[in-house]
Design a protein around this ligand. Structure first.
Ligand code: DSN
Length: 423
């Protein structure tokens, strides 16, 4: 039985209740190293599961297309004010359903179809919505891609400037999904200014680090900032767009009515709660601990002979290239998952393998830090990972099973928010 209890779900739909319970146990028993995931607080979970899911609220506070907004308006206003306060921005829109719609809204606000857009290419750590070919953003806009340097694994700012001067993108994206190093927002801003582009910073991965002072902020550099709310920021599945007052109208119009219908008010409430949590005095310690854990894990992996893109990390994530280990990212990730260590296979810069079976693994520390793991646990995690990767090259399932047991045993001392196992 789910703890806290979900009696109505149990009675009404035991099949789904059972699967939810299984997922909760899975999240409890696994060492969750997926860099874009976290565990939200019980308060965020509760806000997500309220009667607010019953409401339609197209429009914005005081300007809705449905009646009955007496309580939804203040909820959305509180979320907006908290976002502005936490990140120090003049404007916030908390309605995007998730990161991809938030990014699409930026195109809608600033570009016309066919306009040039520049972003970090996907296999180099960018995001689909930064103009990658299979995404609507790559099909409907003229996409220009910049890379990381082969020798440093870091974004090639000379190439960014040369390409921007040559291609004159209307929009430049910085940020992405697999960038282990600090994003140089001032350098991007200078290039955007010089070339007359709008600079958009996608801080989905690092928003919690920015809020907690563990990564420099793009505020004051980027014209517009997008972020999901569920990664290091530790909120519900959702997104926000932050901007200067100058762009407020364009951003709001792009989100609604440009792209979306009614906002998900239960998510808005949960975002408000998460933003309150992120503004508490203990949040910076959490953000810095995420980075300390990622650095300790990266160092322990290097010690075991793993090749890390850029040699290490400045944030919550590490990108491992398994080429020298003689195994692809996918079989390694699958063996690690069977061993209770959950992460995702990932392309590495200049990957010679296919995206569905690339050379790398992406590892993040946001979720395990929420559980209370610290630097002292990281050498053990690296040792387990190494044992399993080596075992996977020999198809040795006995190691995988033993590690899964050891992982479960260690994690039993580190509860997860929102679910308690019953014996
Ligand atoms: N899928 C997200 C991630 O894992 O980084 C980005 O969209």
């Amino acid at each position: 039985m789910h703890q806290p209890a979900v009696p109505h779900l149990h009675d009404q739909d035991p099949e789904i209740a059972g699967l939810v319970e299984d997922e909760a146990r899975r999240q409890y028993e696994k060492l969750r190293l997926i860099a874009s995931e976290n565990y939200v607080s019980p308060a965020v979970l509760e806000a997500s599961g309220t009667v607010l899911t019953n409401k339609y609220s197209e429009g914005y506070a005081g300007r809705r297309y449905y009646e009955g907004q007496q309580f939804v308006d203040p909820i959305e206003t509180v979320a907006i004010e908290r976002a502005k306060e936490l990140f120090g921005t003049e404007h916030a829109n908390v309605q995007p359903y998730s990161g991809s719609p938030a990014n699409l809204a930026v195109y809608m606000a600033f570009l016309d179809p066919g306009d040039p857009v520049m972003g970090l290419s996907l296999p180099m750590g960018g995001h689909l919505t930064h103009g990658w070919s299979v995404s609507a953003t790559g099909k409907w806009f003229r996409s220009v891609r910049y890379d990381v340097r082969a020798d440093t694994g870091c974004v090639d700012m000379d190439q960014v400037r040369d390409l921007a001067l040559k291609e004159r993108p209307k929009l430049i994206w910085c940020g992405g999904t697999a960038i282990p190093r600090i994003i140089d927002f001032p350098a991007f801003a200078e290039i955007a200014r010089e070339t007359g582009a709008v600079l958009a910073a996608d801080i989905a991965h690092i928003a919690g680090l920015v809020a907690g002072g563990a990564h420099p902020s793009p505020v004051g550099h980027a014209d517009v900032i997008t972020t999901t709310t569920h990664k290091t920021l530790r909120g519900p599945r959702g997104a926000m767009i932050l901007s200067t007052a100058e762009h407020a109208k364009a951003v709001d119009k792009a989100v609604f009515p440009g792209l979306q219908g009614g906002p998900h008010d239960h998510t808005t409430a949960a975002i408000a709660v998460a933003l309150k949590e992120a503004s508490q005095p203990d949040f910076p310690a959490y953000a810095h601990q995420i980075v300390a854990n990622a650095r300790a894990l990266a160092a322990a992996l290097v010690e075991r002979g793993y090749d890390l893109i850029s040699g290490g990390t400045d944030n919550h994530l590490t990108l491992m290239d398994l080429t020298n280990k003689g195994i692809g990212g996918k079989p390694a990730a699958q063996a690690l998952d069977r061993a209770g260590i959950e992460l995702n296979y990932n392309a590495v810069p200049f990957d010679t393998r296919k995206p569905f079976d690339p050379s790398g693994l992406r590892v993040g520390t946001g979720a395990i830090t929420t559980r209370g793991l610290t630097e002292r646990h990281m050498p053990q995690i690296a040792a387990w990972m190494d044992e399993v990767v080596q075992a996977a090259t020999k198809q040795d399932e006995s190691v995988v099973e033993r590690v899964a047991g050891e992982v479960r045993e260690m994690l039993a001392s580190y509860p997860i928010p929102g679910w308690t196992p019953t014996p």
